[in-house]
Design a protein around this ligand. Structure first.
Ligand code: DGJ
Length: 743
C-alpha cells in the first residue's frame, strides 16, 4: 500500500481507520516486525497499539525468532521512576507526549489552538514488498479520532541496510488543521556519545565539526529555502573517537531541498535519537478538511566506522533505477575559462582544445542568455542573446558535436534579475513578504514558481531551448538563499511549494527529454540532498576548484554520495578563489576519483600541459569503471598532513589509492601507511601509478622507499590493511597514486 496522498487514498485510509478492531487484525498478528538487510536489523514494535517504536537499529540480529524478539521487547521495558509519569515512558518513530516522551514531539500542530497533542492508535499495518532498491518495509496507518487526524508512517530497509522513513498526516476533522512540523526519529544506543556533523559556506562546503552528544537537542536547521551551503549532509552519532575505519556509528540525512531540520537529541530519561523533517514556516502548512501533508524521507545508515556507514548509502544510491549507469563523461565547463566573456569563435577554439585532450561533454556556462553580460542582469530571459550569438548557439553546438562531444547548457530557472525583461513585464512574479522586495543576493530575486503562469513560462522556455539544441545536459544553478519568501498570489510562506515546484519542473523536463541529464548546482554545493538526487545525475560540490580545498570538500561529500555523483574539475594552475598554485598532478589526481572535468581555459595551456592533461584524461577513462562502482576507503592516518583515500573493486580484484600531502609533515620519512579495504587473504601487487609516480628527491643521496624505486611489492590484504607499507615523502600539496592488483 502506498501512503494516502490523493483524496481517494485519504478517504480509503480513513475508512480503514474507522474499521479499527475488525480489518486491523494484521496489526495485532504482526506485533513485531524484524526488517533486515545488508547487515542491518531494524526491529519495530507495534504491540502496544500505538505508533511503531524501534527496539533496535544497528547490527543484524541474525535469525531471531518471534520469541527472541519478544524478549528484546521485554528487556527494553522501562521502570516507573520517582516523580515521573505513572506509565513506563516509550516513544515511537513519531514521538508523542501521550506515551511519556518529553523531548521534541514528532508531530506538532493544532486546530486553532486545540488538538495540539495526539494519541494515535494503529488501524492498519501492511508489509511492503521488496524491489530492486527496497528489501522490505512496513506501512502503518494510525488514527486519532479525537484530534481528527490520520497518520501514515512508512518504514523501509534497502538491500544495503539503509533505513528510510517518513510520515504523512491527513486532516479528517471538519476544520483546518495547521501542521507546524512532522519529524521522524530513529533511536541510537546511549553509547553513541559523540556527534559529527558538517557545516560550511560558499567555496568551503562540508566542513566537519565534532562534539560531545550531551543531554539536550543539537539541531541543524536550514532556513535558507534551499538545502544550504552550510547544511549538514548527515548528523552522525557514534562511540567516542569513531573514525573512518572504526567505532560504531549511526547517521541520518533529511532528504529535502527546502527548509529542514536535522536533530540529535538526548533526554534525561536515558534516550538518544537522531531524526528530522521539513522546517515549516509559520502558517505554511494549513490542512483543509481532507487535506494531507507528507514529510520528506529521513534516511539512516549505520556501520563500524564511517566508511561502512557511507558504503551502505553508496550501495543504496547505486541500486536506484535512475542512477546514472553510463560512464561519467569527461566534462569541460566554460565558467572559469571565460566567465561572462562569451565569444563564439573563442568558444569553438576552446571546444577544439577540449576535444584534443579527450573531453566528452562541453558545457556552456552562464553568459549565453539575453542581457546576461554580468551577474547583475538577465536572469529569467531564457533566449539566446543575439548581441553575442548572432547565429544562435547552433554553430557552437554543431561544432561541439562534430568533435564527438555532448552539449550541456547552464540555466538558473528559479531566479530573476530585477534588470530583466521578465521582471519588467511581471514584477509581481517574485517571492516576497510585507509588500517589499527581500534583500537581493548576487543582484537577483527568486521567481515565484508557485505562480502557475511563471512556472509555465520557465518550463516552456527551457523546453524550447533544450529541444532546439538537443541539449544533453543542464547545469541547473540556484545562486541565492530564499529569504522572506512569500508567494506572489497570497503572500503566504512559499518555500514548501517552491521546493515542490522546482522538483516538478525538473521532473517535467526529464519526462519530455528522457535522455536529459541534470547537474544540481547552487552557488557550488548548496543543493545536495537525496531528494534532488532523485531527479539529477551529478552535484557540483563547490565553486572552489582549488585541489587542496576540494580534497576536504569531496571527502566529506562522499560521506553520503558515491564518487560518480560528485563533479570535480581540474582548474587553472592558480586557483581563482584561494590564489594557491598547484602542480597539474595534484589538481588532476584530486579530480580523478570523482565525476572528472576541466574548468580551465585550455587555449592558454602549453602543449606540455595539454599533453599531460590528456594522460590524466585517459587514466580517468580507464579507471572510471573501478572508481565509480568500487568501495570508497579513507584510511585513518595519524599524521594530519597526510590524506589517504582509495577505491577498492567490489570483487576485491584491484584498488587505487591516492596518498596526498595536505601540508608539510613533522615526520620524514612519513613511515608506514595502512591501505585498508582489501581482501585479507589475497595477495596484491602494489605499483606506483603513472602519471602520479614521480616523487621529489630531497638532496643528492635521497631515494624513494625501496619498493617504490624497485617498482613493486606484493603483500597480503591483511598486511596492507593492518601493518602498512612505506609511503614516499612528499612535498606539501602533492600526491602520488598507487595501484593494487590481486595476484
Ligand atoms: C555558480 C556556479 O557554482 C558556478 O559554477 C557558475 O555556474 C556560476 N554560478 C555562474 O553564474
Amino acid at each position: 500500500m502506498t501512503e494516502p496522498t490523493t483524496a481517494p487514498e485519504r478517504i480509503a485510509a480513513r475508512d480503514r481507520a474507522t474499521e479499527r478492531g475488525s480489518g486491523s487484525g494484521r496489526a495485532a498478528g504482526h506485533a513485531i516486525h524484524h526488517l533486515r538487510a545488508g547487515g542491518t536489523s531494524l526491529v519495530l514494535d507495534l504491540s502496544g497499539g500505538g505508533l511503531p517504536r524501534i527496539l533496535h537499529w544497528g547490527d543484524a540480529l541474525g535469525e531471531a525468532t518471534i520469541a527472541d524478539l519478544e524478549a528484546v521487547r521485554a528487556a527494553a521495558e522501562r521502570q516507573v521512576v520517582s516523580n515521573g509519569l505513572d506509565v513506563a515512558p516509550t516513544f515511537s518513530v513519531v514521538p508523542e507526549q501521550s506515551t511519556g516522551w518529553l523531548g521534541t514531539p514528532g508531530l506538532s500542530g493544532h486546530r486553532d489552538g486545540r488538538d495540539f497533542s495526539t494519541a494515535f492508535a494503529v488501524t492498519h499495518v501492511d508489509p511492503i514488498e521488496g524491489d530492486a532498491v527496497v528489501a522490505e518495509g512496513v506501512q502503518v496507518v494510525a488514527a486519532d479520532d479525537v484530534a481528527g487526524l490520520l497518520l501514515a508512517v512508512t518504514v523501509q530497509i534497502t538491500h544495503s541496510g539503509v533505513v528510510r522513513l517518513r510520515g504523512a498526516v491527513t486532516n479528517v476533522g471538519e476544520t483546518p488543521y495547521t501542521v507546524d512540523g512532522l519529524a521522524v526519529v530513529l533511536p541510537v544506543p546511549i553509547e553513541a556519545e559523540e556527534i559529527l556533523d558538517l557545516t560550511g559556506r560558499h567555496v568551503r562546503e562540508r566542513a566537519p565539526q565534532r562534539h560531545a552528544f550531551t543531554t539536550g537537542t543539537h539541531a541543524r536547521e536550514s532556513r535558507r529555502g534551499r538545502t544550504g551551503l552550510d547544511a549538514t549532509l548527515l548528523v552522525v552519532a557514534g562511540v567516542p573517537g569513531f573514525s573512518f575505519r572504526s567505532g560504531e556509528v549511526w547517521g541520518v540525512h533529511v532528504a529535502w531541498s527546502g527548509n529542514h531540520r536535522t536533530l540529535a537529541e538526548r533526554t534525561s530519561q536515558g534516550d538518544a535519537v537522531l531524526g528530522g523533517g521539513e522546517l515549516l514556516l509559520p502558517g505554511e502548512m494549513v490542512l483543509q478538511p481532507e487535506g494531507a501533508y507528507r514529510g520528506p524521507w529521513v534516511y539512516g545508515s549505520h556501520g563500524h566506522g564511517l566508511d561502512a556507514l557511507s558504503a551502505r548509502f553508496h550501495e543504496y544510491l547505486r541500486a536506484r533505477p535512475g542512477h546514472p549507469r553510463a560512464a561519467r563523461p569527461v566534462v569541460l565547463n566554460t565558467w572559469e575559462a571565460v566567465y561572462f566573456d562569451h565569444d563564439p569563435v573563442a568558444l569553438c577554439a576552446l571546444a577544439d582544445a577540449a576535444a584534443e585532450v579527450g573531453v566528452e561533454r562541453f558545457v556552456l556556462d552562464d553568459g549565453w542568455s539575453l542581457g546576461r553580460r554580468s551577474p547583475r542582469a538577465g536572469l529569467g530571459d531564457w533566449w539566446v542573446d543575439p548581441a553575442v550569438w548572432p547565429d544562435g548557439l547552433g554553430p557552437l553546438v554543431s561544432h561541439v558535436r562534430s568533435l564527438g562531444m555532448d552539449f550541456g547548457l547552464w540555466f538558473e530557472p528559479e531566479m530573476v534579475s530585477p534588470d530583466s525583461e521578465l521582471a519588467r513585464r511581471h514584477p509581481d512574479w517574485i517571492l516576497s513578504a510585507g509588500g517589499r522586495l527581500p534583500p537581493s543576493s548576487r543582484s537577483q530575486q527568486v521567481l515565484d514558481l508557485t505562480h502557475p503562469r511563471a512556472y509555465a513560462y520557465v518550463r516552456d522556455r527551457l523546453d524550447a531551448i533544450v529541444t532546439e539544441y538537443a541539449v544533453d545536459y543542464i547545469k541547473w544553478d540556484h545562486n541565492r538563499d530564499l529569504v522572506e519568501a512569500g508567494r506572489s498570489l497570497d503572500g503566504r510562506p512559499g518555500v514548501h511549494l517552491q521546493t515542490r515546484a522546482a522538483y516538478r519542473l525538473m521532473d517535467e523536463l526529464r519526462e519530455r527529454h528522457p535522455a536529459l541529464e541534470i547537474e544540481s548546482c547552487s552557488s557550488g554545493g548548496g543543493r545536495i540532498d537525496l531528494e534532488v538526487l532523485e531527479r539529477t545525475d551529478r552535484v557540483w560540490a563547490s565553486d572552489c576548484i582549488d585541489a587542496l580545498e576540494r580534497r576536504q570538500i569531496e571527502r566529506w561529500t562522499a560521506l553520503l554520495l558515491p564518487p560518480e555523483l560528485i563533479g570535480s574539475h581540474v582548474g587553472a594552475e592558480t586557483a581563482q578563489w584561494t590564489g594557491r598554485r598547484h602542480a597539474l598532478s595534484f589538481r588532476a589526481g584530486t579530480a580523478l576519483f570523482w565525476s572528472f572535468g576541466i574548468e580551465w581555459d585550455l587555449r592558454t595551456a602549453s602543449s606540455e600541459q595539454r599533453a599531460e592533461l590528456a594522460r590524466w584524461v585517459s587514466l580517468y577513462k580507464s579507471l572510471r569503471p573501478l572508481l565509480h562502482t568500487g568501495r570508497v576507503v579513507r584510511a585513518d592516518h595519524p599524521d594530519p598532513a597526510l590524506q589517504i583515500q582509495g577505491t577498492v573493486a567490489r570483487d576485491g580484484s584491484e584498488a587505487v589509492f591516492a596518498v596526498a600531502a595536505l601540508a608539510t609533515s613533522a615526520w620524514s620519512p612519513p613511515g608506514r601507511a595502512r591501505l585498508p579495504g582489501l581482501e585479507a587473504d589475497a595477495r596484491y601487487r602494489l605499483r606506483p601509478l603513472p602519471p602520479a609516480d614521480e616523487i621529489p628527491r630531497y638532496g643528492p643521496d635521497a631515494r624513494g622507499p625501496r619498493w617504490w624505486d624497485e617498482g613493486e611489492v606484493t603483500l597480503t590484504g591483511r598486511v596492507l590493511g593492518g601493518v602498512g607499507v612505506q609511503i614516499p615523502a612528499l612535498q606539501p600539496e602533492r600526491l602520488v597514486l598507487i595501484h593494487a592488483e590481486r595476484v
